[in-house]
Write a protein that binds this ligand. Structure first.
Ligand SMILES: Nc1ncnc2c1ncn2[C@@H]1O[C@H](COP(=O)(O)OP(=O)(O)OP(=O)(O)O)[C@@H](O)[C@H]1O
Length: 359
């Protein structure tokens, strides 16, 4: 028999005032995996997390840990007996307890074993020399590390994290995220992390659960969501987009960049042909001549520069096409700042184009 997932959530629904803020949500997380509930503010991420933690109750659906029922609408294991650890945004440490006492707080077991566990974890996050410090003597990043090891100390089967890095200085975040991830992987805990930041989810997650209006609209590895988004809004959640509007005729949609296949879509369907700014190619105009069409890039469209801005690592150049006057942005590595009005040719990487019915 195959091992059940560490955390399994089935058909979870939660209504407030008749409105489903969590709507038939199902997913599972394996031991040692990090799953990120990702979505805009108010989409139901925290409510989902609170139900898994046991501090809120669902209207329907069930939650299991290692194949054992933790709660449905009749049966309910109390929060403290779920072997589920919590690390929330304002990871409040107990101000009157030392670092070691904070980390040992949730530990049962023998005094020596507890001391060993506390020391091992604090060493692991380079906080061994702060063992007798008090929270007010620590920086934000140091407090965050103590909060993390406090949550991990009792070896929870599942760790729930709600925007755990949001209070930290931007420059500290990447390092602390990577450190946290390494420790979580070592401990083999299943992690459910809530975030509204796509970059954080891409960096941390084995699996992203993308939520919108209480539902999971797409779940999978970061690579799959980025490269095979379910709809235009999923694609747009991860980066800026260029959109070419069009209408299907004979399974094709005509654009200034030639025709795109739109199989299975009825004549007259309005579509959006979507491409990220980094997948737009630029070529110079040679007396009105542009590059020849290729299978990789299709036909080139003539356009003029509207404005160009230098962003440090790259430049962002905005164009408007001659045909249909479509505004498009391209990112170009380094400094590329052609003056407004410069004629140029644009091409789209055909393998990077998504075609969606108009939302
Ligand atoms: N106790 C409650 N009573 C009524 N409505 C609630 C309650 N808790 C949450 N909601 C509503 O449910 C919706 C989802 O809230 P939730 O906190 O789960 O969203 P979220 O995705 O975590 O957003 P954020 O990132 O802003 O925390 C929101 O519209 C919120 O106002």
């Amino acid at each position: 028999m195959s091992t059940p997932p560490r955390l399994e959530v089935q058909n979870l629904t939660r209504r407030f005032d008749g409105r489903s803020v969590v709507d038939d949500v199902s997913f599972s997380v394996l031991a040692g995996q990090v799953a990120c509930l990702l979505g805009p503010s108010g989409c139901g991420k925290s409510t989902t997390l609170r139900i898994v933690a046991g501090v809120d109750m669902q209207d329907s659906g069930r939650i299991s840990v290692d194949g054992n029922l933790v709660c449905d609408t009749v049966f309910r294991v109390p929060p403290e007996r779920r072997a589920i650890g919590l690390m929330f945004q304002d990871f409040a440490l107990f101000p009157h307890l030392s670092v070691a006492e904070n980390v040992a707080f949730g530990l049962r077991g023998g005094a020596q074993a507890n001391r060993d566990r506390v020391a091992e974890l604090l060493d692991r996050v380079q906080m061994g020399n702060h063992i007798d410090s008090y929270p007010h003597q620590l920086s934000g990043g140091e407090q965050q590390r103590v909060a993390l090891v406090r949550a991990l100390a009792p070896r929870p089967r599942v760790l729930l994290m709600d925007e755990p890095f949001s209070g930290l200085d931007e420059r500290l975040r990447d390092g602390i995220r990577d450190e946290t991830l390494a420790l979580l992987k070592e401990e083999g805990t299943a992690v459910l992390l809530v975030t509204h930041e796509p970059v954080e989810a891409m960096r941390m997650a084995d699996q992203i659960l993308l939520m919108r209006d209480g539902r999971i609209v797409q779940q999978g590895a970061p690579y799959n969501l980025y490269n095979a988004p379910a709809d235009r809004r999923v694609a747009g959640f991860f980066s800026d987009l260029n959109i070419l509007p069009g209408r299907v005729k004979g399974a094709l949609t005509r654009t200034p960049f030639g025709e795109f296949l739109t199989p299975g879509m009825k004549d007259g369907t309005e579509v959006e042909i979507v491409i990220r700014p980094q997948h737009l190619k630029i070529d110079f105009d040679r007396n009105g001549q542009g590059p020849a069409p290729t299978a990789e890039n299709g036909s080139a469209a003539h356009a003029r520069v509207v404005r160009a801005r230098y962003l440090g690592r790259e430049s962002l150049v905005e164009f408007v096409t001659d045909q249909d006057a479509i505004t498009l942005s391209a990112t170009v590595p380094g400094a590329f700042l052609p003056p407004a009005g410069t004629p140029m040719w644009l091409m789209l990487r055909r393998d990077r184009v998504f075609v969606f019915p108009k939302a």
